[in-house]
Design a protein around this ligand. Sequence first.
Ligand SMILES: CC(C)(COP(=O)(O)OP(=O)(O)OC[C@H]1O[C@@H](n2cnc3c(N)ncnc32)[C@H](O)[C@@H]1OP(=O)(O)O)[C@@H](O)C(=O)NCCC(=O)NCCS
Length: 189
Amino acid sequence: MLVFAAATARFAPGAARVMGSARLMIDLVIKFFPMTVADEAQIEKLDERAFGPGRYARTAYRLREGVPPDLSLSFVARVGTLLVGANRMTPILVSSTPAMLLGPLTVEPAFRSQGVGEALVKHSLDAAREKGHGLVLLVGDDDYYARLGFSRVPRGKIIMPGPVDPDRLLFCELQPGAFDAASGKMRRA
Ligand SMILES: CC(C)(COP(=O)(O)OP(=O)(O)OC[C@H]1O[C@@H](n2cnc3c(N)ncnc32)[C@H](O)[C@@H]1OP(=O)(O)O)[C@@H](O)C(=O)NCCC(=O)NCCS
């Protein structure tokens, strides 16, 4: 069942395949769907290729351990049946204040720089806002996430429970006042 396919991105590799004298243009439509449990194996393979086995030692991964992602806020990108991108949203707590942790955000290398990553994040933020969530946090490059509405968390306001470059801890406020209300240590929900 196609649950959600608004905002599609078009991926045209540019090179036309030459078949004898005929030229076949490849024009692939990328569609976005809420994540399902059945997507898990394909997403794991994508994350393994992007981040390697060391990913499990990262502090953000440890915050997600044993906490299922909120599938209604997490999205995958597909070309036909091929999964080409994914983003998870996992509930966390900042002290006792609920928030969402965004990521891992991963796009298959051949499909990068087509807006897939940006669309996955936007779908997650829109869905979270609609559901009344106030605050989204992530660990990532502000060079990438600033255009999607994320800013650096001032040092010391929110503390990760393990080693993280503090300049990579970013937030996006979805409801006014939600960021002011959150301070202290991040922990599993
Ligand atoms: C980061 C990632 C998800 C972006 O996916 P994408 O579909 O290519 O993203 P978009 O098309 O929305 O944006 C692409 C642009 O962002 C830039 N970009 C990608 N990663 C970036 C980063 N870490 N910092 C700054 N810019 C970055 C690209 O160079 C590209 O720029 P261009 O449009 O000028 O070519 C993808 O590169 C990826 O899967 N990387 C490996 C996993 C990873 O690092 N995930 C993020 C963890 S926080």
